[in-house]
Design a protein around this ligand. Structure first.
Ligand SMILES: [Zn+2]
Length: 321
């Protein structure tokens, strides 16, 4: 497997626009509901999966695409069902610079093998960066996870050329396990053709987990990932730059609170969005219990955050002009 460091950590970089979903304040139904139209924006984020771990509605598991000049450059997570949305959105596997994984719960990586299987038909030659947590005694590293799928002895060993430097049958995956212990809270992940991606460690119970910041065209997009209120590094990092879009996860009801330290409740989400001075807050990774308690969640967010809030659905598009 190639080392991520060998690769382009150089190069330079490059907002987002309206959502296709109703919002709390000032959002609008977009006239264009074609999921393939998102790429027509100079810069946009498209939600592939707006759901969480429980299959109780139409939503795919967490996954997002950053469109830059019509190309899908960064994919954040590949939750179960993202494979279907990947096709609906018209993503071309050849265009991806980076697949950035936040952590290894199934609602975030359950669609990865299907996306990679699809990619094996793309004819792509360019290597593809993949990043995610290093793992620990309990959980695999990113490279370990990918070996378990695509290693020669992996469950999907027929796709092993992805990890074989000597083979040109498939594009090589250039994997970086993000080490967070004793490292700066904000680490560079990608610098390529005007697209900068950094990562910030977050607290998600016992699971090594990351959030990501994508900067391009002078805009800043913050993907919080799954995180609890104990994510101090994240809070520090968000004060270092005002996000044009801030995606946070709507997983728990105000009645449930955060009994296991997995997610932020509405109050905590509002605090983080206010601290970041987010120009727009988008709630995604919805769980039914949180959606059923929407009024209370919104009221809690509003205790601290007064900016626009939107509720993402699968294939929602957020342009940044
Ligand atoms: Zn999740």
């Amino acid at each position: 497997m190639k080392s991520f460091g060998k690769w382009a950590f150089a190069m330079a970089m490059a907002g987002i626009t309206a959502a296709c979903t109703p919002s709390d304040t000032g959002g609008r139904e977009t006239a264009n509901t074609d999921p393939r139209a998102c790429k027509e924006n100079a810069l946009a984020v498209q939600i592939l999966g707006s759901g969480g771990p429980i299959a109780d509605d139409h939503r795919a598991g967490a996954s997002n695409i950053v469109w830059v000049d019509g190309k899908a450059r960064v994919m954040i997570d590949a939750g179960a069902g993202s494979f279907v949305r990947f096709g609906q959105a018209g993503v071309d596997f050849n265009d991806l610079y980076l697949i950035a994984l936040t952590h290894f719960h199934g609602d975030h990586v359950g669609g990865l093998s299907a996306v990679m299987n699809s990619g094996s038909f793309s004819g792509r030659k360019e290597p593809l960066f993949v990043t995610g947590p290093k793992g620990d005694d309990l959980f695999p590293s990113t490279s370990g996870l990918l070996q378990s799928y695509f290693g020669k002895d992996g469950a999907l060993g027929y796709l092993s050329p992805y990890l074989d430097d000597e083979s040109d049958a498939l594009p090589n995956l250039i994997i970086r396990d993000i080490v967070t212990e004793d490292r700066p809270y904000l680490q560079s992940v990608l610098r390529k053709d005007g697209v900068d991606v950094d990562t910030i460690r977050v607290h998600h119970l016992d699971m090594p987990a990351l959030s990501y910041v994508v900067r391009t065209k002078g805009k800043r997009i913050l993907f919080a990932g799954d995180q609890s209120d104990l994510s101090e590094d994240f809070v520090t990092a968000v004060t270092n730059g005002q996000p044009d879009l801030m995606f946070m996860h709507n997983a728990i009801s105000m009645a449930d609170g955060q009994p296991r330290g997995l997610h932020r409740d509405g109050l905590s989400i509002g605090r983080a969005a206010a601290k970041a001075k987010a120009k727009k807050l988008i709630l995604t990774h919805h769980m039914k219990r949180a959606l059923d308690d929407k009024d209370a969640v919104f009221a809690a967010i509003r205790e601290n955050y007064s900016g626009p809030i939107e509720i993402a659905d699968d294939l929602s598009c957020y342009p940044l002009d």
